[in-house]
Design a protein around this ligand. Structure first.
Ligand SMILES: Cc1cc2nc3c(=O)[nH]c(=O)nc-3n(C[C@H](O)[C@H](O)[C@H](O)COP(=O)(O)OP(=O)(O)OC[C@H]3O[C@@H](n4cnc5c(N)ncnc54)[C@H](O)[C@@H]3O)c2cc1C
Length: 172
């Protein structure tokens, strides 16, 4: 129970915080999601922002493979909690539902990389198939991914794009 709700103040609050910090363990699990063509980003046909750019529409569902992983994780957590003699167990984001997924803050995909302009937006150099002077340095080019962490790969792609542009300018 949150300490505030227990009505603790002053020294007893301080002691409870110190005790909690020293005895708390947080476990977190990232589940893989299988590639699914139905999970995608499209443009909203009706809604546009103030610049007239269509809103994105996100299609995303969590498959049985991922749910199975979550169920197995909860079983393993329960074994761990039992072995530790844990007394207060809270699941985030929903304390009453251990199988509720939390968002990971890592949107990726949307302008996929690929050789075929019919099924991808940019090529292996992150260069737009349609606009040859446009490079996409972004996690949006990822075709598939784990849940974390994308940004170092984005930085690596950006450095590679810089090399490509430099080489092109030298040849021009
Ligand atoms: C809470 C949170 C925590 C995160 N923690 C981590 C972490 O610990 N490690 C990690 O690796 N990653 C982390 N990430 C993910 C990381 O922030 C992203 O992967 C990364 O920012 C993606 O870079 P990007 O350049 O593809 O997109 P963005 O950083 O989103 O850049 C897109 C840019 O395009 C601009 N833009 C959009 N539309 C237009 C337009 N029409 N015209 C002009 N400009 C436009 C936006 O303003 C923005 O500046 C975290 C993300 C969040 C939200």
């Amino acid at each position: 129970m949150p300490l505030k709700k227990k009505g603790l103040v002053g020294k007893s609050l301080d002691q409870a915080i110190r005790h909690g910090v020293a005895h708390k363990l947080e476990l977190s699990t990232h589940h893989s999601v299988l590639p699914n063509p139905q999970n995608r980003l499209t443009l909203d046909a009706n809604k546009r922002d103030m610049l007239g750019i269509p809103y994105p529409k996100v299609w995303y569902s969590i498959d049985e493979y991922t749910r199975k992983s979550a169920r197995r994780t909860v079983e393993m957590y329960n074994d761990i909690f039992k072995a530790m003699g844990a007394t207060e167990i809270t699941y985030i984001p929903d304390a009453n539902n251990p199988l509720m997924f939390a968002a990971q803050d890592h949107p990726m995909g949307g302008v996929l990389m690929g050789d075929d302009p019919n099924t991808s937006v940019c090529d292996r150099d992150c260069r737009s198939h349609e606009q040859r002077n446009l490079y996409l340095a972004s996690s949006a080019v990822f075709v598939n991914t784990g849940t974390a962490n994308p940004t170092l790969t984005v930085a690596a792609l950006a450095l590679r794009i810089a090399d490509t542009v430099r080489d092109e300018l030298k040849r021009a």
